[in-house]
Design a protein around this ligand. Structure first.
Ligand code: SAH
Length: 249
């Protein structure tokens, strides 16, 4: 997206976007624009819907209850949603928010909570995850909001993998992997469909690690000699993956 529009607020909306169309925002987004940001008639904002790219829009009314906008011009063409699958064992409250937001910023296209033996969170608020993903997408200028998949157990994920993911390789952030550079493990995956799996605060159980490492589609990597917290490991692993085999389009 042109940097000239980088200062404008960006909001995700559902309706189609095209020159001359007009739309009215809901209560929350209207309050945010008119009251929090004090936007007024004539001010510009950027809207995207995951299908039509990003559009420069102008306020035609600035009521805190329902802001009206007219769609002016497209400022970024729609790009394909990311195919990077990111599986993680849910963490507690704000660390969970953090992990979801960082996954979006780091290019995840599907965010999949995976319940492992030592996962300490059992009642996931999917709408909270979706709101964090949406907020991160608006802030980091991606044009598609990543999908938050319904939680799944590790056993079910692995037994369904071939049917659900075909030839996708699953990169395993394995705290037990001998500390060596992940470059040699990741290089052969360049151009392949990939996923990443990060364990919970308590790590993977020995049984889980053995099961994972025995699977042909699993590629274990080390993130170095120190044990990282799960949320640190998520960002580190995504950064390593994007640096070595990411799509820098
Ligand atoms: N049992 C430790 C491990 C938790 S680390 C503890 O309780 O602190 C949580 C997750 O982060 C691990 O399951 C793994 O997916 C990832 N991780 C942490 N350090 C790592 C490393 N050095 N290499 C690869 N993955 C790591």
């Amino acid at each position: 997206m042109p940097r000239s529009h980088a200062q404008l607020p960006r909001l995700f909306v559902e309706p189609d976007l095209g020159s001359g169309t007009r739309l009215t925002l809901g209560k929350d987004q209207s309050l945010y624009l008119a009251a929090v940001l004090r936007k007024a008639v004539g001010d510009a904002v950027v809207l995207f819907n995951g299908r039509d790219g990003a559009w420069l829009c102008r306020l035609t009314s600035d009521s805190k209850k329902s802001v009206d906008l007219e769609v002016v011009e497209q400022i970024a063409a729609q790009t394909p949603a990311s195919d990077l699958w990111y599986g993680f064992a849910p963490l507690k409250s704000e660390r969970l928010d953090y992990v979801v937001q960082k996954a979006v910023e780091m290019g995840a296209g599907v965010i999949q909570p995976v319940m492992t033996q030592f996962t300490q969170v059992h009642r996931l608020k999917t709408e909270r995850l979706a709101a964090n993903a949406m907020e991160a997408a608006e802030q980091c200028e991606v044009l598609s909001v990543p999908e938050i998949a319904p939680e799944i157990t590790l056993d079910r994920l692995l037994s369904d993998w071939d049917a659900a993911h075909g030839d996708r390789k699953l990169i395993l952030a394995d705290e037990g992997e001998a500390s060596s550079s992940p470059i040699s493990a990741l290089e052969p995956l360049r151009g392949a469909r990939i996923g990443l799996l990060v364990g919970p605060e308590g790590g993977f159980s020995d049984t889980e690690r053995e099961k994972l490492r025995a699977l042909p589609f699993v590629v274990p990597i080390s993130l170095g000699p120190r044990i990282l917290r799960a949320d640190t490991a998520a960002v580190a692993a995504l950064a390593v993956i994007q640096s070595i085999i990411g799509d820098w389009r």
